[in-house]
Ligand binder design. Sequence first.
Ligand SMILES: *Cc1c(COP(=O)(O)O)cnc(C)c1O
Length: 372
Amino acid sequence: MRFLDLPAQQARIADDLRRRINVVLEHCQFILGPEVAELERQLAAFCGAAQCVAVSSGTDALQIALMAEGVGRGDAVFLPAFTYTATAEVPLLLGATPVFCDVDPRTFQISPASLADRIATVRAGGRLRPRAIIGVDLFGQPADWPRLREIAAREGMFLLDDCAQSFGASLQRERLGRAADATAISFFPSKPLGAYGDGGALLTEDAARADLYRSLRSHGEGTTRYDVLRTGMNGRLDTLQAAVLLSKLTVFEEELAARDRIARSYDAALRDVVQVPARVPDSTSAWAIYAILLRNGETRSRLQEALQAAGVPTAIYYPRPLHHQPAYRDAHDGAALPVAEDLATRILALPIHPDLSDADIALVCAAVRANA
Ligand SMILES: *Cc1c(COP(=O)(O)O)cnc(C)c1O
């Protein structure tokens, strides 16, 4: 059993995939070729967004979105402490200060109460300007966007959705992609919609923002390539990745359904022995990660070893909250974020890719039940 089964997925789409790759090899427009424009159209249509700009990675999508707002020195960017490093790295690269917030103990999403509290502290400190909020849709589920929008509007802040793990999820029957001022997605191979290399995209309703994103991803160019309007970056998606993603989009809905079915099987089989993931109300998940909570770190280590011995691969997202990482300790104001700190000690992710067989699922459930 694999934690992520890219060979099995490739076998399902092999003919379509090779056909699309061959078309690119024939036309040789390897950067921003026609497949990139087609992918942008399909991604926007998939979630009902007005604009889509494909870029080189999820990290670059976050960076371009903050560059477009002019986020930099003296600005505070609020984000959850329990997320992947890229969310915090980007504000620091731009000279801004990440302000870590705690997360909800049940859904693991950024806590609106902690966010409001952290904004008030920064305002009272008078040193930094509260400028942007990055809400992360963690593990495939949506953050609490209605509350985050309320806070961003009240505080006059830019609201960015880090949807790297959750493209395909929905909240109140709307696909993520329009929940914030801009939405960043990632096509890293292990994400729900993964390329065969790095890739990402930005979604927004605002045509002026999308124009800026297009300029920034190509060195700040204007209407011609040698018209340089602003400092940008090389943040383009390559055409072969777009071809792979177009092929994967043909089976994406089925894969979302398969992951959801597996999550329900795990819930039913495991809820009396471990804490299974609480659902964000009125939402669907893209199930990038199915994470259970054990009593403590010792129980987790024992279970992880027993599962490995039984042939069940597991992973820990995340073993350390970001405010405790050496790279970010200096940027952190020292506030305790007890939920993020606690989750890191006892969370464990089980395999949930769409090619798990019924026998695999039964093996995972039996092994967890026997050892939790
Ligand atoms: C994967 C991920 C990113 C970064 O995406 P890349 O495409 O790997 O650059 C950003 N934020 C979160 C929450 C992620 O999981």
